[in-house]
Design a protein around this ligand. Sequence first.
Ligand code: 6PG
Length: 251
Amino acid sequence: MLTRNNTTKMQQHIYDTKQQVAEAFSKYLAEFIASRPIVHLALSGGSTPKIVFDELTTHYAEAIDWEKVHLYWGDERCVPPSDDDSNYKMTVAHLISKIDIPDENIHRIKGENDPQEEAQRYSKVLQTKLPNGATDIPQFDLVILGMGDDGHTASIFPHEIALWNADANCVVAVHPNSGQKRVSITGKVINASEAVAFLVTGEGKTEKVQEIINKTEGFEKYPASLVAPDSENLHWFLDAAAAKGITSDRV
Ligand code: 6PG
């Protein structure tokens, strides 16, 4: 395992395998939750969180006081909660159905609603449920993010990178290949979070991780490169496959 403080105010936690990433992040999350009276946590979708949720429910289901955890989503596909594409459905299967968390602590994005109306509704949910300090921007305690092979994060994709700077807390995005609509939180909400943790694993991420962390020419075109929380509390949890292109002088 390798942890280093990168000059771009991030901590890189690199492990040999995806499973070790899941184990390390689960430990980090359990300690994070234990250190706070209440935790507003934004989850990501995709395949990587499944392994983390399985690790959490296997080893931390009883250890974590889920009553103080409020679950939100950083993005959701505009499909019903019963749809196999639903991030909520995946989270119920791998996490929520296996932990003792009050129903009122679950704040899902309603993928079945009209996308624009749901983006507005969820923007209001975040504005009312989350603390917002002096900035009037809803502040999560922790936002968990993945990164797509194309460098997207949450559901802000490179072809719509301007959505990152939207004034709204949530926007409607469109997947570049499938055309599927998504509701996503925006850059201002992500960067207002007390902490941000990227979970990035697999060969498919190597190139973009290399470009973003090494700041190679044009790296700013990837939304994931724009994640820079004001708190400077940014953690990249990576496996060796995703991290192999990081030059060691980025310490
Ligand atoms: C989604 C996610 C998305 C995901 C990345 C990485 O709804 O698809 O929120 O941003 O995190 O696509 O996905 P993997 O973990 O499957 O690589």
